[in-house]
Design a protein around this ligand. Structure first.
Ligand code: IMP
Ligand code: MG
Length: 176
């Protein structure tokens, strides 16, 4: 029995489906990046669950850092992305894998990749659990995508609605 199941939330992607996809993404990332040490940057808060599962499926030397970006109020993107780095290490010369929960308008990833390139990272790739391509405002393509989804507001497995539902072990559509 799933103790975190909520009545007002419809399951879109189950815990088992997420697990299988994360295993596959880990294999793909491992084989694409052989011989490299990755600096994995998790985007707080949403990516913390995905990141903790994904890094355990990547068989490469890696280091972990976090950045925080905020652009959402309720279910609306404000377009104005506020970024703070929680890392003291330099990004110069590093092979970076950004781990994000979802790409929606694309504004957050556009801003983060621009910052990392400006700081002279050697390479910057993006792994995202969910992608809503129909919502793009700027061009943005992730290197690794868990699932493409329709234009629905989703929660769970790290994603929130006003900071709630991050603890769900599945991705669900919330009935607002
Ligand atoms: P973007 O800058 O519009 O691509 O937005 C990315 C951020 O918006 C993500 O990191 C999420 O925090 C948030 N977001 C976008 N869509 C959803 C959703 O359906 N559920 C929860 N958060 C979302
Ligand atoms: Mg986010």
């Amino acid at each position: 029995m799933n103790l975190t199941k909520k009545d007002n939330i419809k399951v879109l992607i189950s815990e088992e489906e997420i697990h299988q996809r994360v295993v596959d993404l880990g294999k793909e990332i491992t084989s694409d990046n052989k011989g490299k040490e990755l600096l994995v940057i998790g985007m707080l808060n949403g990516a913390f669950v995905f990141m903790s599962d994904l890094i355990r499926q990547i068989v490469l030397p890696l280091k972990i850092e976090f950045m925080k970006a905020k652009s959402y109020i309720d279910t609306k993107s404000t377009g104005d992305v506020n970024v703070s780095s929680l890392s003291d290490s330099s990004f110069r010369g590093k092979d970076i894998l950004i781990v994000e929960d979802i790409i929606d308008t694309g504004n957050t990833m556009k801003k983060i990749t621009a910052i990392l390139k400006e700081e002279k990272a050697n390479s910057v790739k993006i792994a995202v659990l969910l992608d809503k391509p129909s919502r793009r405002e700027v061009e943005m393509k992730a290197d690794y995508v868990g699932f493409e989804i329709e234009d629905k507001f989703v929660v769970g497995y790290g994603l929130d609605y006003n900071q709630k539902y991050r603890e769900l072990s599945y991705i669900g559509e919330v009935n607002l």
